[in-house]
Ligand binder design. Structure first.
Ligand code: ADP
Length: 287
């Protein structure tokens, strides 16, 4: 019997740790050399298609993601939001039957170019998942995990504190850094995962329905944090919660059946949508 079958949770955790370790490789050249301005495009998508076993899940999407903005991807379940999100840090490369077509520029460079290392991409463009996945280590060691892999030894206490402050969690955990994060609430665990991602200083954070498994109070804290994060980094968040998109994002993209229906400033999209399908969705007529 395989180890996975005996201790599936431990095996999952080991896989996630290994993936995290692999994703924190070293190659600083790919990092943006310019100091980005708020008007700068971080991503430019031109005709992005994603096929699973030859079947289109994302169809010819063209849109930009701006620096230090929160961009929300909304739309009914199955419309391709997570698939599109995974294109942005080449996570779809890890899905054997997935094929990505079209052009995706990151700071003007082809993210899928022959000399680009997907591992390095995933270091610069971090991801936080639906279900919080703290490692079975102390709170401190969860945060220090990435920086240690990067070979950082000095100033670890400061690094850990900065990341926890950046994720609005410091005050809640500063007296229990050596204890297990598994005793934290779901919302605290999710903020811990955000802090763990922040600790390696990514340029972009991708969040895939980060509050889907949380109660309303915890969701609100994570949501407020997401909005605050754009002071530090660029954020793309998938959510099927329209109120969350309206509250926490600067720009919103509405997708339907793999297509981009409309993208624009969040306020405009929610108050004066251009496309009748967007209006139907945001007024709750479907989805
Ligand atoms: P959303 O995030 O909007 O719910 P997804 O991106 O998860 O949508 O899925 C878009 C479509 O692609 C759905 O029809 C889904 O069933 C399909 N899909 C997602 N992942 C896979 C996969 N690994 N293999 C085959 N089909 C997939």
């Amino acid at each position: 019997m395989a180890q996975d079958e005996i201790r599936p949770e431990a095996a999952r955790q080991a896989r996630e740790e290994a993936a995290e370790r692999a994703s924190i490789a070293v190659r600083p050249e790919f990092r943006s050399q310019t100091s980005a301005t708020s008007k700068e495009k971080v991503f430019e998508m031109n005709g992005i298609e994603v096929l699973y076993s030859g079947v289109s899940a994302v169809k010819g999407i063209s849109m930009d993601v701006g620096h230090n903005e929160v961009t929300a991807l909304i739309g009914p379940s199955g419309c391709g939001k997570s698939t599109l999100l995974r294109c942005l840090n080449r996570m779809n490369d890890l899905i054997p039957n997935a094929e990505v077509q079209g052009e995706l520029l990151y700071h003007g460079e082809d993210l899928y170019g022959p000399n680009v290392d997907p591992v390095q991409v995933r270091k610069l463009i971090g991801m936080v998942f639906q279900k919080p996945n703290p490692f079975p280590k102390s709170i401190y060691d969860n945060i220090a995990f990435g920086p240690r892999i990067l070979g950082r030894k000095d100033g670890m206490d400061e690094t850990v504190e900065k990341a926890l402050r950046g994720a609005a969690l410091w005050e809640e955990v500063k007296d229990r850094l050596k204890s297990s994060p598994l005793a934290l609430s779901g919302g605290q665990q999710q903020r811990l995962c955000i802090a763990r991602t922040l600790a390696t200083e990514p340029e972009v954070m991708l969040l895939d329905e980060p509050t889907a498994s949380l109660d309303p109070a915890s969701s609100q804290k994570v949501e407020e944090l997401v909005y605050e994060l754009r002071r530090q980094i660029t954020v793309v968040i998938v959510t099927h919660n329209m109120q969350q998109a309206a509250r926490a994002s600067d720009r919103t993209a509405f997708m339907l059946s793999g297509e981009l229906v409309e993208v624009g400033a969040t306020r405009g999209l929610f108050t004066a949508p251009k496309d009748p399908r967007t209006e139907a969705y945001i007024t709750g007529r479907f989805g």
